[in-house]
Design a protein around this ligand. Sequence first.
Ligand code: KG4
Ligand code: ZN
Length: 344
Amino acid sequence: MRILGIESTCDETACAVVENGKTILSNIVSSQIDLHKPFGGVVPELASRRHIEVIIPVIDQALSEAGLTLSAIDLIAIAQGPGLIGSLLVGINTAKALAFACGKPLVGINHLEAHLYAAIMSSDAPVHYPCLGVILSGGHTALVLMKDIATYELISETVDDAIGEAFDKVAKMMDLPYPGGPNIEELAKEGSPHYFTYKAGQVKGKPYHFSFSGLKTAVLYSLKGLEPLSQPIKQNIAASFQRAAFEDILKKTLRAADDYGVSTIIFGGGVTNNKTLRQLFKVSSDRYLMIWPTVDLSLDNAAMIAGLAYHRYLDNAINPLELQPLVRIPFTNTLTRSTQISCS
Ligand code: KG4
Ligand code: ZN
């Protein structure tokens, strides 16, 4: 079964063709980093406009790299949310139009579930459910219990900033270009992780929840009086911030894995690209099978959308023209199913 996936939730316009949930025939990503860089973050209106300009060429390229025409596609999958409303509307309306014009079924996919599926796609290891899903992206930080490929229970989320957002904001404080995550990782390599005694926040009565805004403010205060920042100071800030953030994620993830009795941990989202994070988990525990996405599947992409759609398209049938963008999607089994559509 050949599935054409489309992704436009934030600042990447992407299209991919994936066969049977696993074999990637093409995976095209048009990034908007240069567009948003001067503003130090994503400007939603600019993002939507760029999606409109590039979405058709990106779809054409994905089909041509796969050596296929639309007639050879069995299903169209679209990232339905969560994301920016303007960005979502461009992808969803394009997908609806394609499905309607070509008489193809259409399925809406949860972008966050797809981030976790990206790791499953990247690995040949069999997944033993239940497992723990760890979502670390620019907009989300969450632990979810994955009971099977379609059934999720939210264990925890961030009460303020997402982890990627915290990386981007700390980078901005040090005048590093957007997106900040990779730049912080690079700077941190030469810094001392214990130079500053930063700590991530704890949420009273919610041991698995995350809070990064206090950590971000601690970084801001430590900059005061140090300006102009020397390169060694920037390196120490980056290393200390990264250490504090990742130690917290490690501690809460391993605690949840233990308490929920899982043997497998699955990671998803752009921050999982960070090699220091992967190494920290690797050396901290050998009790769990840890499944990570490959680098090209860790950042936003459409292969993960097309891949997951293979496991979802039969779930619930509704008219594809009724598909609506979902800016927020609670992590519940019911909602996951109600977003599935197909037409015959
Ligand atoms: O999953 P993603 O591509 O988009 C969202 O769905 O949000 O994640 C983007 C986030 C950005 O905040 C970016 O700074 C962060 O992932 N990121 C990293 C690294 N690469 C990307 N954070 C830390 N270390 C990295 N190497
Ligand atoms: Zn994402």
